[in-house]
Ligand binder design. Sequence first.
Ligand code: HEM
Length: 195
Amino acid sequence: MTTLADRFKITDAERDQRMAFLHLGRDDFQLLAGLRPLITPHIPAVVDAFYVELLRHSEPRRFFINPKTLERVKAGQRAYLAVLFAGEPDDAYIEQRLMIGEVHERIGVPLKWYIGAMGFFLHRLADALQSEPSLDAGRRLAAVLALTKVMNLDLQLAMESYASLSLRMKTLDQRIRETADALNSVLDKNGESHA
Ligand code: HEM
């Protein structure tokens, strides 16, 4: 079965290169994984705050007319944020990130909201880390930097699948138009020869 990682050529070497460029290393993942017990209790409030903010705006509100969708997406978001603190990315992690981009492109979430959401989560998670008295300033800073790097990697993956699906849709749209034009010209010719 072809995976999204195959389609986007995210091999182990490609992943390593991206991580090297971001200076995202094993120590970052270890640091974040060590903070998991501290951060987990904050996650539901971070997600709730995000939807309070998002649903103030009419454009994103239209995606959540069905309350069941909202509940499902909130659960997906909580899981997404928890995985940021789950250690090094494996194949399933990469696949999930690519899938998230495709889902949002397919349902038509404009990029500005998606990228804005990443900014919101980073900000709120950083606030949560700042409020932890058991962390010294150096560890807090290291944690926020590690989080920034991991979220940058995620954003790269999501944006690539976003852009690729968009390109495929445009190509499909173009083909449909060309076929419709060809069909119309055949029909026009037939009409002329019968006139
Ligand atoms: C950091 C940015 C975001 C992440 C990580 C994220 C993550 C996810 C995940 C994991 C799912 C799948 C949930 C499931 O299992 O059904 C999902 C679905 C969805 N997301 Fe997001 N999301 C983000 C931003 C947004 C934004 C900004 C919007 C709207 C403006 C949005 C709207 C939706 C909707 C409507 C679905 C449900 C799609 C369906 O019907 O299956 N998301 N999101």
